[in-house]
Ligand binder design. Structure first.
Ligand SMILES: [Zn+2]
Length: 405
Protein backbone atom coordinates (compact mmCIF):
# COMPACT_ATOMS: atom_id res chain seq x y z
CA UNK A 1 0.00 0.00 0.00
CA UNK A 2 1.38 3.42 -0.87
CA UNK A 3 1.94 5.73 2.07
CA UNK A 4 -1.32 7.57 2.61
CA UNK A 5 -1.46 11.33 2.88
CA UNK A 6 -2.26 11.91 6.50
CA UNK A 7 -3.59 15.21 7.74
CA UNK A 8 -4.62 16.37 11.14
CA UNK A 9 -8.05 17.95 10.83
CA UNK A 10 -8.24 21.71 11.33
CA UNK A 11 -9.30 22.94 14.73
CA UNK A 12 -12.98 23.62 14.99
CA UNK A 13 -14.48 26.99 15.64
CA UNK A 14 -14.50 28.35 19.13
CA UNK A 15 -17.71 28.33 21.19
CA UNK A 16 -18.53 24.86 20.03
CA UNK A 17 -19.49 22.20 22.53
CA UNK A 18 -19.73 18.50 21.87
CA UNK A 19 -23.28 17.35 21.31
CA UNK A 20 -25.64 16.59 24.18
CA UNK A 21 -28.91 16.11 22.33
CA UNK A 22 -28.83 13.80 19.29
CA UNK A 23 -31.87 15.44 17.66
CA UNK A 24 -30.28 18.89 17.92
CA UNK A 25 -27.15 17.52 16.30
CA UNK A 26 -29.26 15.97 13.55
CA UNK A 27 -30.98 19.32 12.98
CA UNK A 28 -27.62 21.04 12.71
CA UNK A 29 -26.23 18.44 10.29
CA UNK A 30 -29.28 18.30 8.02
CA UNK A 31 -28.79 22.04 7.43
CA UNK A 32 -25.37 21.31 5.94
CA UNK A 33 -25.77 20.46 2.25
CA UNK A 34 -23.35 17.55 1.93
CA UNK A 35 -24.59 16.13 -1.36
CA UNK A 36 -21.70 14.03 -2.71
CA UNK A 37 -20.67 16.61 -5.34
CA UNK A 38 -20.85 19.58 -2.99
CA UNK A 39 -17.30 19.28 -1.72
CA UNK A 40 -17.41 22.27 0.62
CA UNK A 41 -20.47 20.83 2.38
CA UNK A 42 -18.99 17.33 2.66
CA UNK A 43 -15.78 18.80 4.05
CA UNK A 44 -17.76 20.74 6.66
CA UNK A 45 -19.45 17.48 7.67
CA UNK A 46 -16.07 15.73 7.93
CA UNK A 47 -14.89 18.54 10.23
CA UNK A 48 -18.04 18.21 12.31
CA UNK A 49 -17.60 14.45 12.68
CA UNK A 50 -13.90 14.90 13.51
CA UNK A 51 -14.81 17.42 16.22
CA UNK A 52 -17.31 15.08 17.86
CA UNK A 53 -14.83 12.20 17.71
CA UNK A 54 -12.06 14.26 19.31
CA UNK A 55 -14.47 15.32 22.04
CA UNK A 56 -15.04 11.62 22.77
CA UNK A 57 -11.30 11.02 23.05
CA UNK A 58 -10.57 9.65 19.57
CA UNK A 59 -7.30 10.50 17.90
CA UNK A 60 -8.45 11.72 14.48
CA UNK A 61 -6.56 11.50 11.19
CA UNK A 62 -7.67 12.37 7.69
CA UNK A 63 -6.63 10.01 4.91
CA UNK A 64 -6.76 11.24 1.35
CA UNK A 65 -8.10 8.94 -1.34
CA UNK A 66 -5.60 7.41 -3.75
CA UNK A 67 -5.77 8.86 -7.27
CA UNK A 68 -8.49 11.29 -6.36
CA UNK A 69 -8.38 15.02 -6.85
CA UNK A 70 -11.46 16.01 -4.84
CA UNK A 71 -9.35 16.42 -1.73
CA UNK A 72 -12.11 14.97 0.41
CA UNK A 73 -10.61 12.96 3.26
CA UNK A 74 -11.70 9.77 4.97
CA UNK A 75 -12.08 10.51 8.67
CA UNK A 76 -10.33 7.90 10.81
CA UNK A 77 -10.74 8.14 14.58
CA UNK A 78 -8.93 5.70 16.88
CA UNK A 79 -9.12 4.90 20.58
CA UNK A 80 -6.55 2.24 21.42
CA UNK A 81 -7.87 -0.68 23.43
CA UNK A 82 -6.19 -3.05 25.85
CA UNK A 83 -5.68 -5.26 22.78
CA UNK A 84 -4.76 -4.02 19.31
CA UNK A 85 -7.55 -6.11 17.82
CA UNK A 86 -10.30 -3.74 16.87
CA UNK A 87 -13.83 -2.95 15.87
CA UNK A 88 -14.34 -0.83 12.75
CA UNK A 89 -17.37 1.45 12.77
CA UNK A 90 -18.32 2.61 9.28
CA UNK A 91 -20.60 5.44 8.19
CA UNK A 92 -20.59 8.29 5.65
CA UNK A 93 -21.29 12.01 5.53
CA UNK A 94 -22.24 12.49 1.86
CA UNK A 95 -25.87 12.37 0.71
CA UNK A 96 -27.81 11.87 -2.56
CA UNK A 97 -30.07 14.85 -3.06
CA UNK A 98 -28.60 16.98 -5.83
CA UNK A 99 -31.53 16.61 -8.22
CA UNK A 100 -34.19 16.96 -5.54
CA UNK A 101 -35.68 20.27 -4.66
CA UNK A 102 -35.55 19.63 -0.95
CA UNK A 103 -35.08 22.14 1.87
CA UNK A 104 -32.05 21.57 4.08
CA UNK A 105 -34.17 21.53 7.20
CA UNK A 106 -35.26 18.83 9.57
CA UNK A 107 -39.06 18.76 9.19
CA UNK A 108 -40.44 17.12 12.32
CA UNK A 109 -43.81 15.48 12.49
CA UNK A 110 -44.40 13.69 15.79
CA UNK A 111 -42.00 10.77 16.09
CA UNK A 112 -40.88 11.19 12.48
CA UNK A 113 -38.72 13.73 10.69
CA UNK A 114 -37.92 14.26 7.03
CA UNK A 115 -34.72 15.75 5.63
CA UNK A 116 -31.87 15.11 3.21
CA UNK A 117 -29.53 12.46 4.61
CA UNK A 118 -31.60 12.18 7.76
CA UNK A 119 -30.98 8.43 7.99
CA UNK A 120 -28.57 7.97 5.07
CA UNK A 121 -26.38 8.61 6.81
CA UNK A 122 -26.41 11.53 9.26
CA UNK A 123 -28.72 9.76 11.69
CA UNK A 124 -26.43 6.72 11.34
CA UNK A 125 -23.33 8.69 12.32
CA UNK A 126 -25.15 10.09 15.35
CA UNK A 127 -26.37 6.63 16.40
CA UNK A 128 -22.79 5.36 16.32
CA UNK A 129 -21.39 8.42 18.16
CA UNK A 130 -24.05 8.27 20.86
CA UNK A 131 -23.65 4.51 21.35
CA UNK A 132 -19.88 4.87 21.70
CA UNK A 133 -20.23 7.92 23.96
CA UNK A 134 -22.45 6.02 26.40
CA UNK A 135 -20.13 3.02 26.24
CA UNK A 136 -17.06 5.14 27.06
CA UNK A 137 -18.89 6.88 29.91
CA UNK A 138 -19.88 3.54 31.42
CA UNK A 139 -16.25 2.38 31.25
CA UNK A 140 -15.06 5.56 32.92
CA UNK A 141 -17.36 4.94 35.88
CA UNK A 142 -15.77 1.54 36.34
CA UNK A 143 -12.27 2.88 35.77
CA UNK A 144 -11.73 0.68 32.73
CA UNK A 145 -10.11 1.13 29.36
CA UNK A 146 -11.91 -0.13 26.26
CA UNK A 147 -10.93 -3.76 25.76
CA UNK A 148 -10.95 -3.63 21.95
CA UNK A 149 -9.44 -0.86 19.87
CA UNK A 150 -12.20 1.36 18.47
CA UNK A 151 -11.78 2.69 14.95
CA UNK A 152 -14.38 5.06 13.58
CA UNK A 153 -14.44 5.54 9.79
CA UNK A 154 -16.52 8.20 8.06
CA UNK A 155 -16.39 8.21 4.24
CA UNK A 156 -16.84 11.45 2.29
CA UNK A 157 -18.03 9.62 -0.83
CA UNK A 158 -19.90 6.39 -0.02
CA UNK A 159 -22.72 7.30 -2.37
CA UNK A 160 -20.17 7.41 -5.20
CA UNK A 161 -18.61 4.09 -4.13
CA UNK A 162 -15.85 5.63 -1.93
CA UNK A 163 -13.36 5.83 -4.82
CA UNK A 164 -9.72 5.59 -3.76
CA UNK A 165 -10.57 4.40 -0.25
CA UNK A 166 -10.92 0.62 -0.75
CA UNK A 167 -7.28 -0.15 -0.05
CA UNK A 168 -7.50 1.71 3.25
CA UNK A 169 -10.59 -0.28 4.16
CA UNK A 170 -8.73 -3.49 3.36
CA UNK A 171 -5.82 -2.35 5.51
CA UNK A 172 -8.22 -1.82 8.41
CA UNK A 173 -9.31 -5.45 8.27
CA UNK A 174 -5.78 -6.57 9.24
CA UNK A 175 -6.08 -5.66 12.91
CA UNK A 176 -9.87 -5.71 12.97
CA UNK A 177 -12.13 -8.61 13.84
CA UNK A 178 -15.47 -6.92 13.32
CA UNK A 179 -17.09 -4.14 11.30
CA UNK A 180 -20.34 -2.46 12.29
CA UNK A 181 -22.10 -0.48 9.55
CA UNK A 182 -24.51 2.34 10.36
CA UNK A 183 -26.57 2.40 7.19
CA UNK A 184 -30.23 2.74 8.23
CA UNK A 185 -32.40 -0.15 9.39
CA UNK A 186 -35.48 -0.53 7.19
CA UNK A 187 -39.02 0.52 8.10
CA UNK A 188 -39.64 -2.74 9.97
CA UNK A 189 -36.44 -2.21 11.93
CA UNK A 190 -34.59 -5.10 10.27
CA UNK A 191 -30.80 -5.01 10.32
CA UNK A 192 -28.53 -6.29 7.51
CA UNK A 193 -26.88 -9.72 7.79
CA UNK A 194 -25.37 -9.95 4.30
CA UNK A 195 -24.58 -8.04 1.14
CA UNK A 196 -23.53 -9.51 -2.19
CA UNK A 197 -20.11 -8.73 -3.59
CA UNK A 198 -18.90 -8.31 -7.14
CA UNK A 199 -15.75 -8.65 -9.20
CA UNK A 200 -15.49 -6.94 -12.58
CA UNK A 201 -13.21 -8.53 -15.18
CA UNK A 202 -11.91 -6.79 -18.27
CA UNK A 203 -10.87 -9.48 -20.80
CA UNK A 204 -8.77 -8.72 -23.88
CA UNK A 205 -8.07 -11.32 -26.55
CA UNK A 206 -5.48 -10.77 -29.26
CA UNK A 207 -5.56 -13.13 -32.25
CA UNK A 208 -4.10 -12.71 -35.71
CA UNK A 209 -5.98 -10.59 -38.15
CA UNK A 210 -6.18 -11.85 -41.74
CA UNK A 211 -8.25 -11.19 -44.85
CA UNK A 212 -11.38 -13.32 -44.65
CA UNK A 213 -11.18 -14.21 -48.34
CA UNK A 214 -7.51 -14.45 -49.25
CA UNK A 215 -5.83 -15.58 -46.00
CA UNK A 216 -8.45 -17.20 -43.82
CA UNK A 217 -6.11 -20.07 -42.89
CA UNK A 218 -3.43 -17.64 -41.64
CA UNK A 219 -5.72 -15.91 -39.18
CA UNK A 220 -6.69 -16.74 -35.58
CA UNK A 221 -10.03 -15.22 -34.70
CA UNK A 222 -9.98 -13.25 -31.44
CA UNK A 223 -13.77 -12.74 -31.45
CA UNK A 224 -14.37 -16.47 -31.76
CA UNK A 225 -11.90 -17.28 -28.98
CA UNK A 226 -13.53 -14.70 -26.74
CA UNK A 227 -17.04 -15.96 -27.59
CA UNK A 228 -16.11 -19.51 -26.63
CA UNK A 229 -14.62 -18.30 -23.35
CA UNK A 230 -17.72 -16.26 -22.60
CA UNK A 231 -19.97 -19.28 -23.08
CA UNK A 232 -17.80 -21.19 -20.57
CA UNK A 233 -17.76 -18.28 -18.10
CA UNK A 234 -21.51 -17.90 -18.35
CA UNK A 235 -21.93 -21.51 -17.23
CA UNK A 236 -20.62 -20.51 -13.79
CA UNK A 237 -23.99 -18.89 -13.10
CA UNK A 238 -25.73 -20.93 -10.41
CA UNK A 239 -28.80 -19.37 -8.83
CA UNK A 240 -28.86 -21.97 -6.04
CA UNK A 241 -25.34 -21.01 -5.00
CA UNK A 242 -26.18 -17.33 -5.51
CA UNK A 243 -23.50 -16.77 -8.11
CA UNK A 244 -24.08 -14.98 -11.40
CA UNK A 245 -21.97 -14.08 -14.42
CA UNK A 246 -23.12 -11.25 -16.68
CA UNK A 247 -21.56 -10.15 -19.95
CA UNK A 248 -22.04 -6.41 -19.86
CA UNK A 249 -19.99 -5.36 -22.87
CA UNK A 250 -18.51 -7.03 -25.91
CA UNK A 251 -16.41 -5.36 -28.59
CA UNK A 252 -14.13 -6.11 -31.53
CA UNK A 253 -11.41 -3.80 -32.79
CA UNK A 254 -12.88 -3.20 -36.25
CA UNK A 255 -16.45 -2.92 -37.45
CA UNK A 256 -15.94 -4.98 -40.63
CA UNK A 257 -17.16 -8.09 -42.49
CA UNK A 258 -14.11 -9.10 -44.48
CA UNK A 259 -11.61 -9.97 -41.76
CA UNK A 260 -10.65 -12.68 -39.37
CA UNK A 261 -11.00 -10.57 -36.22
CA UNK A 262 -7.66 -9.64 -34.64
CA UNK A 263 -8.74 -8.14 -31.31
CA UNK A 264 -11.78 -8.48 -29.08
CA UNK A 265 -12.64 -7.48 -25.53
CA UNK A 266 -15.41 -7.98 -22.98
CA UNK A 267 -16.51 -6.75 -19.57
CA UNK A 268 -17.80 -9.36 -17.16
CA UNK A 269 -19.61 -8.90 -13.88
CA UNK A 270 -19.33 -11.73 -11.35
CA UNK A 271 -21.63 -11.60 -8.27
CA UNK A 272 -21.42 -13.85 -5.24
CA UNK A 273 -22.84 -14.12 -1.74
CA UNK A 274 -19.81 -15.24 0.24
CA UNK A 275 -16.01 -15.25 0.09
CA UNK A 276 -15.69 -19.02 -0.42
CA UNK A 277 -17.98 -18.97 -3.46
CA UNK A 278 -16.03 -16.04 -4.84
CA UNK A 279 -12.68 -17.79 -4.43
CA UNK A 280 -13.95 -21.00 -6.03
CA UNK A 281 -15.32 -19.02 -8.98
CA UNK A 282 -12.06 -17.09 -9.28
CA UNK A 283 -10.10 -20.35 -9.63
CA UNK A 284 -12.48 -21.56 -12.35
CA UNK A 285 -12.23 -18.25 -14.20
CA UNK A 286 -8.43 -18.38 -14.04
CA UNK A 287 -8.60 -21.92 -15.44
CA UNK A 288 -10.91 -20.93 -18.29
CA UNK A 289 -8.82 -17.93 -19.29
CA UNK A 290 -5.43 -19.62 -18.84
CA UNK A 291 -5.40 -21.44 -22.17
CA UNK A 292 -6.04 -20.56 -25.79
CA UNK A 293 -8.20 -22.96 -27.78
CA UNK A 294 -7.78 -21.56 -31.28
CA UNK A 295 -4.94 -21.87 -33.80
CA UNK A 296 -4.36 -21.01 -37.41
CA UNK A 297 -4.38 -23.84 -39.94
CA UNK A 298 -0.73 -24.95 -39.56
CA UNK A 299 -0.92 -24.51 -35.77
CA UNK A 300 1.93 -21.99 -35.73
CA UNK A 301 -0.14 -19.20 -34.18
CA UNK A 302 -2.65 -18.93 -31.39
CA UNK A 303 -4.34 -16.19 -29.32
CA UNK A 304 -3.18 -14.29 -26.28
CA UNK A 305 -5.70 -13.76 -23.50
CA UNK A 306 -5.17 -11.02 -20.93
CA UNK A 307 -7.52 -9.96 -18.19
CA UNK A 308 -7.58 -7.88 -15.06
CA UNK A 309 -9.97 -7.07 -12.24
CA UNK A 310 -11.31 -3.52 -12.39
CA UNK A 311 -13.49 -3.55 -9.31
CA UNK A 312 -13.26 -5.96 -6.44
CA UNK A 313 -15.94 -5.68 -3.81
CA UNK A 314 -16.04 -8.48 -1.22
CA UNK A 315 -19.40 -9.81 -0.05
CA UNK A 316 -20.30 -10.34 3.55
CA UNK A 317 -22.55 -13.06 4.77
CA UNK A 318 -23.99 -14.52 7.92
CA UNK A 319 -21.16 -16.98 8.38
CA UNK A 320 -19.79 -18.66 11.48
CA UNK A 321 -17.98 -15.46 12.47
CA UNK A 322 -20.99 -13.15 12.27
CA UNK A 323 -23.78 -15.34 13.57
CA UNK A 324 -23.04 -15.04 17.28
CA UNK A 325 -22.69 -11.26 17.14
CA UNK A 326 -25.66 -10.85 14.84
CA UNK A 327 -27.95 -12.84 17.15
CA UNK A 328 -26.67 -10.93 20.17
CA UNK A 329 -27.30 -7.57 18.51
CA UNK A 330 -30.80 -8.57 17.37
CA UNK A 331 -31.69 -9.72 20.87
CA UNK A 332 -30.45 -6.49 22.40
CA UNK A 333 -32.58 -4.40 20.01
CA UNK A 334 -35.57 -6.72 20.51
CA UNK A 335 -35.29 -6.25 24.29
CA UNK A 336 -35.09 -2.47 23.98
CA UNK A 337 -37.86 -2.06 21.41
CA UNK A 338 -40.05 -4.84 22.83
CA UNK A 339 -40.55 -6.56 19.50
CA UNK A 340 -38.86 -9.17 17.36
CA UNK A 341 -36.08 -7.89 15.11
CA UNK A 342 -35.05 -9.75 11.96
CA UNK A 343 -31.92 -9.58 9.86
CA UNK A 344 -32.10 -9.53 6.09
CA UNK A 345 -29.92 -10.08 3.01
CA UNK A 346 -29.38 -7.09 0.73
CA UNK A 347 -28.18 -7.21 -2.89
CA UNK A 348 -26.39 -3.86 -3.11
CA UNK A 349 -22.92 -3.14 -1.78
CA UNK A 350 -21.87 -0.52 0.77
CA UNK A 351 -18.58 0.43 2.42
CA UNK A 352 -19.14 -2.37 4.94
CA UNK A 353 -18.44 -4.86 2.11
CA UNK A 354 -14.89 -3.55 1.74
CA UNK A 355 -14.24 -4.16 5.43
CA UNK A 356 -14.79 -7.88 5.08
CA UNK A 357 -12.27 -10.69 5.01
CA UNK A 358 -12.32 -14.32 6.13
CA UNK A 359 -11.59 -13.51 9.78
CA UNK A 360 -14.10 -10.66 10.04
CA UNK A 361 -17.63 -10.49 11.40
CA UNK A 362 -19.77 -7.85 9.68
CA UNK A 363 -23.17 -6.43 10.60
CA UNK A 364 -24.80 -3.49 8.81
CA UNK A 365 -28.07 -1.56 9.05
CA UNK A 366 -27.30 -0.56 12.65
CA UNK A 367 -28.33 3.05 12.10
CA UNK A 368 -31.77 4.43 12.95
CA UNK A 369 -35.01 3.15 11.44
CA UNK A 370 -36.03 4.97 8.29
CA UNK A 371 -37.34 4.84 4.77
CA UNK A 372 -37.36 6.74 1.49
CA UNK A 373 -33.56 6.94 1.22
CA UNK A 374 -32.32 9.06 -1.69
CA UNK A 375 -35.83 10.57 -2.16
CA UNK A 376 -37.68 13.67 -0.99
CA UNK A 377 -39.40 11.50 1.60
CA UNK A 378 -36.24 10.38 3.39
CA UNK A 379 -37.62 9.83 6.89
CA UNK A 380 -36.23 8.93 10.28
CA UNK A 381 -38.17 7.37 13.13
CA UNK A 382 -36.71 9.57 15.87
CA UNK A 383 -37.07 7.27 18.91
CA UNK A 384 -34.83 4.77 17.13
CA UNK A 385 -31.87 7.15 17.53
CA UNK A 386 -32.04 6.32 21.24
CA UNK A 387 -32.93 2.63 21.05
CA UNK A 388 -30.37 1.78 18.35
CA UNK A 389 -27.56 3.70 20.05
CA UNK A 390 -28.38 2.07 23.37
CA UNK A 391 -28.30 -1.31 21.63
CA UNK A 392 -24.79 -0.44 20.40
CA UNK A 393 -23.70 0.55 23.92
CA UNK A 394 -24.98 -2.72 25.37
CA UNK A 395 -23.46 -4.70 22.52
CA UNK A 396 -20.01 -3.17 23.13
CA UNK A 397 -20.34 -3.75 26.87
CA UNK A 398 -21.40 -7.34 26.39
CA UNK A 399 -18.69 -8.40 23.95
CA UNK A 400 -15.93 -6.77 26.04
CA UNK A 401 -17.20 -7.90 29.45
CA UNK A 402 -15.95 -11.47 29.39
CA UNK A 403 -12.42 -10.31 28.52
CA UNK A 404 -11.73 -8.26 31.64
CA UNK A 405 -9.98 -10.20 34.40
ZN1 LIG B 1 -25.71 5.25 2.89
Amino acid sequence: MQTPTIMTPPLLKANRHPFECPIELLERWVKINSESHNHAGVLTMQEEVSFELEALGFEVKWLHPENDSTGLPLVVGTIPGIVAEGINFICHSDTVHHSLDMPHELQKNGDYAVGPGVVDNKGGIITALLGIKNYLESLKKENKEPYYTLRFLCSPSEELGSPGLHRYFKEFTHDGFMALGFEPANEEGDIIESRKGNRWYNIQVTGHEAHAGRNHDKGVNAALELSQKLVELNQLTDYEKKITVSIGHLQTEKNKYNIVCGKASAKIDLRFADLKTRDEAELKIQGILATSELYNRDKSKTTEIKYWVEDDCPPFSKGQKSKYYLDLYKNLISDLEKRKIKSIAVGGAADSNYLNDYHMAIIDGLGPIGHGMHTKEETIYLPSLQSRSLALTRFLQKISQENYQ
